[in-house]
Every structure is written in C-alpha cells, then in structure tokens.
Design a protein around this ligand. Structure first.
Ligand code: NZQ
Ligand code: ZN
Length: 391
C-alpha cells in the first residue's frame, strides 16, 4: 500500500431532523454573523431556508441571505456574495443547498477573507490561497460531495471557463445531512447525483498505480462496494423519492465518494471530470449528465492501457465477463436512469469540428496541461474522445 495523507475534518451530522442542529453547529464553529448562500429557490419553496434562518436569529446569530446560485455557479454570483458578506461583516458562510450553493459559499468565504484579491486568480492558480472564512453546509441533494470535499468548482461566464480549485481551505467545518431533505428533488437531479457519485469513485479507480499493480486492495474494495450500493439504491430512489433507506444510502455514498477515502494511496485520474467540465462551461448542462455523456467514449479510448483493470471493474461491479461488456453495462445503466451517453442524448446535438476543437483546447487548458493520469490525454486525444461522443 502506498503512503497517503487523509485530511477529512468535516463534522458530519447525519439523519432525520439533523437540520435542527444547524444553529448550534454554526455557533460551535464561531459564527456570529452568517451569510446564508443558497440556490434558485428550492430551499425557499420548501421552507428550509426560513426554518434555519429563524432558528439562527432566535439564538442571537445575525443572518443575511444571499440566494441565486445557479448550477455551474458563476464567478459573478460569488463576487456579489463577497461584496454582501463584506458589507455585512460576515464571519461565517452557511450553504443551504447542493454543490452549486456550496461551491459558491466556498468562493465567497475565500474572497471575503482576502478582500484585496481577485478570487479568480485562486482558480487559475496564479495566487496561493492561505486563509478563508469557515463554511458550514446543510445538504439538500446527494451528488457533488462538496459537503466534505476539498474542491470548489466555479464557472467564469466571461471566458467560458469552468475550473476546480483543490485546497483544504475548501473543507467545510460541518455538514448537516438529512436524507429527508432530498425527497423534493426532481428525478432528473436524483439521476444526475447518482451519476456524479459513481464518477467521483471511478475517476479515482482508474488510476495509473493500477497500471503498475500498486493499488491497495482495501481502497479498491471500498470503491467497489460504494459503486454497487449506489447502483442498487439509485433506481430505488428514482422509483420512490421518499424511500428513506435509498436516499440515505445515496447521501452517505455521495460524501464518501469525494472526501478522499475511495482514492487513498493512489493518483486521481479525473479525466472524465476534465472532459465534462468543458461541456458544463460551454453548454451549461447538468454536471452529472456531462460526465455520463463522456464516460463510455473515454473508457473505450483508454481501455487498451490496462484491460485487466477494466476486466476487474466489469466483473466486480457488473458480473460481466469482458471489459467491453462492463463498459456497455455501465452505459446501459446510465440510460436506464435517464442519463445521456452522447451529445444528442445530452440535448446539445451533433457539434461541428470547430466546437470539438474548442472543447479539446479548453480541456487541456490551451496546452498548459494533459487531462488525467490513467492515460494522460493531450488535445488530440481529447478531440478524439469528444468526437466519439459526438453523435
Ligand atoms: O437551485 P435550487 O432552486 O436549490 O435547485 C437545485 C438545482 O436546480 C435543485 N435542488 C437541490 N436540492 C433540491 C433541489 N430541488 C428540489 N429539492 C431539493 N432538495 O437541484 C438542482 C441542482 O442543484 P446543484 O446544487 O447544482 O447540484 P449538484 O449538487 O449536482 O452541484 C453541481 C455543481 O457542483 C459542482 C458541479 O460542477 C456543479 O457546478 N461539483 C462540485 C464538486 C466539489 N465541490 O467537490 C465536485 C463535483 O465533481 C462537481 O464538479
Ligand atoms: Zn463530479
């Protein structure tokens, strides 16, 4: 087993009614003036926002609400939030929502604590992030894993760039995870979440260390169990969104898939995320759907790098006899939950060559990086994979 560092400090409060504990947790982590960041209205509509804000106020915590985070949250929304938090004197940022609200909250925390800095420089890695405000989370969708992850993904609509920032300053202080809060999700969002959770695991499972037979069995088995549980309970949650066991299995899997534990002692690949982010940045499609659109094309392109790894995946996850059958069964599962496996299914239609070229150029950051590590992909590789999905 390779050495590793695991820093997963987020206090997780999981279970029915756990949102009642939010005010106490904010105070425990030092919040006295709280900016609540949320999305486009679901938490208002279902009463969660007022419930949490009222409890905070009744416990002597000052509150300012900052709503409107879109899926693929915009840099401009974060900048507005930084202005609001600064004027208010916020000392704590509370996200109530999904990955988009959480990532926006993380960006606002970074910017408010670094008032003289253009925060996009952190995402472009032009400036190091050395301090931030504390962030807490009340999760309403099982998907991105941002409630415990070290990542925050922001889209700059001026440049069309969607970029992730990895830093331990992105780890929330606490995550309140009440599966009942997900009962109101549209089925499409449940499916996008299932896809994203699987992809966080698979983007770590297909690792270059597997190509050298240096992967830990323990980490592999955790990842494989997680995938099987999500594949079992995802369809159950779609069938009945108020199935507590199904929603709780998915919610817990969502955090485990992205807090680092499914990738311990190995190099992350994240090719499919790299390819998917370009689709998200350009076409504003749901994150989970962007990933399933690319996965099969990526898998067939890189299969020859390590067929044994794909054979193990096929057998352990799908009971399939060949790597190709494992890939096909994965795509069939995505389709069965309503997720796309190519551009037309994603709803963006077949794209001309210049768009494929632009996507590939964006994926490699205009020649500044290769995508992924299982098979490091250059621009031509990326273009070939986009082209394979372009149907
Ligand atoms: O905006 P509202 O009105 O709240 O509606 C949201 C949104 O339309 C809705 N929703 C959420 N909870 C709900 C609900 N509707 C009804 N009932 C509820 N309980 O669902 C829609 C999707 O929400 P969003 O927050 O966008 O979903 P998700 O958690 O999938 O987050 C996606 C974002 O996270 C990023 C993605 O790139 C994308 O921008 N990611 C963040 C990661 C991280 N920080 O670690 C890792 C991921 O790989 C991902 O890149
Ligand atoms: Zn993801």
């Amino acid at each position: 087993m390779q050495g590793f560092t695991l820093h997963a400090p987020t206090e997780i409060v999981f279970g029915k009614g756990s949102e009642e504990q939010t005010a106490g947790l904010v105070k425990k982590y030092g919040g006295t003036k709280v900016l609540i960041v949320y999305g486009q209205g679901s938490v208002e509509k279902f009463g969660l926002l007022d419930k949490i804000a009222d409890k905070l106020v009744s416990e002597g915590v000052a509150v300012l609400k900052h709503g409107g985070a879109t899926p693929n949250p915009h840099l401009s929304f974060a900048r507005e939030g930084i202005r609001a938090a600064t004027e208010f004197g916020a000392d704590f940022i509370l996200a109530v929502g999904g990955g988009s609200a959480i990532d926006a909250a993380k960006a606002i925390a970074h910017g408010t604590r670094n008032p003289d800095m253009d925060i996009w420089k952190f995402w472009l890695r032009e400036e190091p992030l050395t301090r931030s405000l504390p962030v807490g989370v009340v999760l309403t969708i099982s998907a991105a894993g941002s409630e415990t992850s070290n990542s925050a993904v922001i889209t700059n609509t001026e440049t069309g760039q969607k970029r992730g920032l990895l830093t331990d300053f992105n780890r929330p202080r606490f995550a309140v995870m009440s599966p009942e809060l997900t009962y109101t999700l549209p089925k499409y969002q449940i499916a996008c979440g299932v896809a994203d959770i699987m992809m966080h695991t698979m983007d770590r499972y297909f690792t270059p260390e597997a190509n050298e037979n240096k992967v830990s069995e323990m980490t592999d088995e955790i990842a494989e169990a997680l995938l099987r549980v999500v594949i079992k309970y995802g369809p159950a949650a779609l069938e009945n969104p108020t199935d507590y066991q199904a929603q709780s299995e998915i919610m817990w899997a969502g955090s485990l898939s992205h807090n680092g534990i499914t990738g311990l002692g190995r190099t992350m690949d994240f090719s499919v995320h790299g390819l998917g982010h370009e689709l998200g940045g350009r076409f504003d499609v749901a994150h989970g759907a962007s990933l399933t659109t690319m996965w099969g094309s990526w898998a067939r392109y890189v299969l020859a790098v390590n067929p044994e790894r794909f054979a193990r995946y096929a057998e352990k996850i799908w009971g399939a006899k060949t790597p190709e059958e494992g890939i096909s069964k994965t795509e069939a599962f995505f389709k069965s939950i309503g997720m796309p496996t190519c551009f037309t299914e994603l709803g963006i239609g077949v794209q001309p060559d210049d768009v494929i070229d632009h996507l590939a150029d964006g994926a490699v950051f205009q020649g500044k990086r290769l995508v992924g590590t299982f098979k490091p992909l250059d621009k031509n590789d990326c273009a070939a994979i986009y082209q394979a999905a372009n149907k």
